[in-house]
Each structure stands twice: as structure tokens, then as C-alpha cells.
Design a protein around this ligand. Structure first.
Ligand SMILES: Nc1ncnc2c1ncn2[C@@H]1O[C@H](COP(=O)(O)OP(=O)(O)OP(=O)(O)O)[C@@H](O)[C@H]1O
Length: 365
């Protein structure tokens, strides 16, 4: 099957993926996926395990052949009907989860590995340049084993950047680092990619990583992209209920349309960011928008508290038995069993109820 935009390219984009489809036997891993990545941007492909993000990345890299659709890198078709360029002809750099460094080669020789077609002196100059870029100037003679995880990650990035690729692809690049190191290495990687003015796409299942690192986040679910947006838009204006619940914490309440921009919910009448199209729908409440006021006559009860220092997550049970989470400041003094009045700050996001499937019409016997 050929996608409608199978040969589309876009002059301002570093990557244009159109109608990309990939199946393994009976499993559809990537389902007619479209993605445009502007030059110089850092895009995250975010989705739960098994949603197809790694398959999409490997297909973009040329490690897998698509069943349908097209891929253009820097305006050049690299995969599409009748076209398939192998990875080494796509002008891409790749950073894998396990860094994939050659253990028997020095750091400098690892970085030089992809630099073919230039003189020895030019190669030596470029290796020194990218090692400086990743702040490993004096480490060229070391073996990878003599480096920390974060430093190995930076060598892998230097190797990917050395040939000045049109696109850098990173597959779960931080998952092998322990939590303490991850935040600093993420920042380093972002700064290095910026300094190199590289365009990069990385896949992750970690929403915090995607939101804090990327300029744009593409949310993938069942092989398709639900929304591509900057992190703030994604969080405050999710395009689907899946995005709302997958990105950040969210509790969902039933709501019925009151007027154009308000709904009636178990928490009373709430303003909405958009008009509900159907008579009823799902109302997304973020824990940080929930206000709690201790009130002996309140209709809700505190059922659990997790204290984090910078804030606390308070679970409350509403009169109808529903449980909701509220994120409150560190000084709010609540105990389990306290009665509270619950209110919501700011407009809420709503989604129309899915239409019920049409009843099957049986043909007359
Ligand atoms: N080589 C393969 N052979 C058969 N099925 C595969 C293969 N690779 C992936 N799949 C299947 O395709 C689907 C998408 O897998 P993929 O690895 O792309 O997802 P993912 O979102 O990257 O998940 P994870 O974060 O767990 O790596 C899954 O159902 C997976 O089992």
C-alpha cells in the first residue's frame, strides 16, 4: 500500500516521515505514521512500551525497511516506493541505549570510526573538535572501559556528531544511567546538540525526560502519533484523552455539558478550555489544579498522603466514593481522616464521550 504523501519532502524540515507503515507478521508496529521534524530542533518520540517508537526510529535509520510510506532526510528521499538507502548513505548519526562503543578501540578511534573519505590530519582535527565539544578533550587515548557511564554516553554522541550528520537519532539514550546521573547527562546532551546545531530525534517512554529535554514531543500510541507539540501545549492542551492521561498525572471525572465553556461534575460546575461537543464527556483534572480547604463539614475525606519535601500528594475521597489526587505545597498540614472541601483552579480539559458503537444490523433471513 502506498501512502497519499509517499514522496513528499519539505524544504525546511530535516526529516519528513509520511504514511510510514511497518508490521512484523500479524503485529502492526508502526501504523501510517506522519512526522515532520524542523531543522535544528530536538524532538522526542514518547510512548508506552510496545507503541512502536523504536521500530519507527530504526526504520528512519534504515536498519529496517518500511512496508509502506516514505522518509526524506534533509529533502532527500531515503526510503519510499522504489527507493531504499542503507543507513550509511542516509547522513544520520545514531546513539544507542548501550552506546555500542568498540571496547578495544580508544576513545579517539571510536569517534574517528565514521569519518571516512577525509585525510588523516582532517580526521584528527575533527576528532579533537568533537571531543572538545563533549568536554572530553584529554580523553582520546583512554579505552571506553576507563570512563563513567555519562562519559561513555558523550563519546557515543561525539561519534554520532563527528561526520556532521543531517539528523541524529537517539534510542532511549539515558536508560542505562542511574537516576542521579541522568539529570546532568540529559542537560549535557541537550547543550552539546545545541552547540552542534544538530537536529535530533530521541525515543523515550519517560514523560519527564521528554518534557524537560525536547523542544517538541510526539506522543506515539499503537504505532500512530496522537499529537506533536511543545511540552507546555502538550500538557495544557492535550489533543486526546490518551495524551492527557499519559503525559503527567491526571484523574478523570464524568461531566455533562452546562453551557458552551462549562461542565457539571462531581466537583460542581467547572470552566473548560474548549467546548464539549457531546452532551457528556470526560473531564481531566490535574493534581496541581485541585485546591483543598480543611472544613469539618467538607464533603471529601483525606485518605492518603505522600510527602516529597518540595510538595505532597494528597488523596481524597469524594462523597460519591471517587478518589482524586491533589498536589499541595510542603507546608499544608493535613492528616488522614481530615475532612476537606475540594475546588478546582483554572479551566479543565474535556473530551467528548466516544460515540457508542452502532448496533449491528442483521440482514433479514
Ligand atoms: N523484530 C521484531 N519481530 C517481531 N515483532 C516485533 C519486532 N520488533 C518489534 N516488534 C513488535 O512491534 C511492536 C512495537 O515494538 P517497538 O519495540 O517498536 O516498541 P517500543 O515502543 O519501542 O517499545 P519499548 O519501549 O518496549 O522498546 C511490539 O508489539 C513488538 O513486540
Amino acid at each position: 500500500m502506498t501512502a497519499p504523501h509517499a514522496t513528499r519532502t519539505d524544504a525546511d524540515a530535516a526529516l519528513v516521515v509520511a504514511g510510514l507503515h511497518k508490521r512484523f507478521g500479524g503485529t502492526v508496529a508502526v501504523d501510517h505514521l506522519d512526522l515532520v521534524v524542523p531543522r535544528g530542533s530536538l524532538t522526542a518520540m514518547l510512548g508506552p512500551s510496545g507503541c512502536g517508537k523504536t521500530t519507527a526510529l530504526r526504520t528512519i535509520a534504515g536498519l529496517l525497511a518500511p512496508d509502506a510510506g516514505s522518509i526524506a532526510i534533509d529533502g532527500r528521499l531515503v526510503a519510499g516506493p522504489g527507493t531504499f538507502l542503507p543507513p550509511e548513505r542516509r547522513r544520520i548519526g545514531m546513539v544507542f541505549q548501550d552506546y555500542a562503543l568498540f571496547p578495544h578501540l580508544s576513545v579517539a578511534r571510536n569517534v574517528a570510526y565514521g569519518l571516512t573519505g577525509c585525510s588523516r590530519s582532517a580526521r584528527r582535527r575533527r576528532v579533537a573538535e568533537v571531543l572538545d565539544l563533549v568536554d572530553l578533550g584529554g580523553y582520546g587515548d583512554r579505552l571506553p572501559v576507563a570512563l563513567s557511564g555519562g562519559q561513555q554516553q558523550r563519546v557515543a554522541l561525539a561519534r554520532a556528531l563527528a561526520p556532521e550528520p543531517g539528523l541524529v537519532l537517539l534510542d532511549e539514550p539515558f536508560s542505562n544511567l542511574d537516576a542521579a546521573l541522568r539529570a546532568t547527562v540529559r542537560e549535557d546532551v541537550r547543550a552539546i546538540l545545541r552547540a552542534a546545531e544538530a537536529t535530533a530525534v530521541f525515543v523515550t517512554h519517560d514523560q519527564e525526560e521528554a518534557l524537560s529535554l525536547a523542544d517538541r514531543v510526539a506522543v506515539v500510541h499503537r504505532g500512530r502519533i496522537h499529537q506533536v507539540a511543545d511540552p507546555q501545549t502538550l500538557y495544557t492542551r492535550p489533543a486526546s484523552r490518551f495524551v492527557a492521561e499519559f503525559v503527567g498525572e491526571a484523574d478523570v471525572l464524568p461531566g455533562t455539558r452546562a453551557d458552551r465553556f462549562s461542565v457539571d461534575t462531581p466537583l460542581g460546575r467547572l470552566g473548560t478550555t474548549r467546548a464539549l461537543g457531546s452532551a457528556s464527556g470526560a473531564v481531566v483534572v490535574r493534581p496541581e489544579s485541585l485546591r483543598l480547604a480543611r472544613d469539618d463539614a467538607g464533603s471529601a475525606v483525606v485518605t492518603a498522603i505522600a510527602y516529597f519535601g518540595h510538595d505532597q500528594l494528597v488523596q481524597v475521597r469524594l462523597a460519591d466514593g471517587r478518589l482524586l489526587r491533589a498536589r499541595r505545597g510542603p507546608a499544608m498540614d493535613l492528616r488522614r481522616g481530615d475532612r476537606v472541601e475540594v475546588s478546582v483552579e483554572g479551566p479543565v480539559v474535556v473530551f467528548d464521550d466516544e460515540p457508542a458503537p452502532a448496533p449491528a444490523v442483521l440482514a433479514p433471513a
